[in-house]
Design a protein. Structure first.
Length: 155
């Protein structure tokens, strides 16, 4: 029996396509995206609220699913400590004041930001269900803490 690579690829693609439509995959992918964006909180409760929300919490416009449109669902969270606030439309999310603070931050490192109000560098991360929040005026100290944590807990 000869192995047909093209047939295998077609079958694998079809199987994978069906798997991606499953609710558990969608939920896992969405929560993973939230974690990547820096959202911290009770993900199960936030996900249920996300599913049940039909209108923006700020302007009350009806929200749509998907990636396009000014009224798509967005997760509003504090960019300094990662705490979830509301489910809002894209327009309200872009008009939030702490988004402007975040875009001015040029630290170049994930999970490290500069808090303009307190004038300190902040490292925030969720690790094993616990929120890690460390601030210092010295950026080098924050970088050392971040990379020491990576070495200790990744390997």
């Amino acid at each position: 029996m000869v192995f047909d690579k093209k047939q295998y690829q077609r079958e694998y693609y079809q199987k994978n396509k069906e798997y991606r439509k499953r609710p558990q995959f969608i939920k896992t992918k969405r929560i993973g995206n939230w974690k990547t964006q820096g959202l911290i909180g009770d993900y199960e409760a936030i996900y249920q609220r996300y599913l049940n929300t039909t209108n923006c919490d700020l302007c009350n416009i009806q929200l749509c699913e998907g990636r396009k449109g000014s009224n798509r669902k967005c997760m509003d969270h504090n960019h300094q400590n990662g705490q979830f606030r509301n489910i809002v439309c894209n327009t309200c999310n872009q008009n939030k004041s702490d988004n402007k603070i975040r875009t001015d931050n040029k630290s170049g490192y994930k999970n490290i930001s500069f808090d303009k109000r307190d004038k300190v560098w902040v490292y925030r991360k969720q690790f094993k269900g616990k929120d890690i929040y460390i601030s210092s005026k010295d950026k080098i100290k924050i970088l050392c803490i971040k990379f020491a944590g990576i070495l200790l807990y990744k390997y």
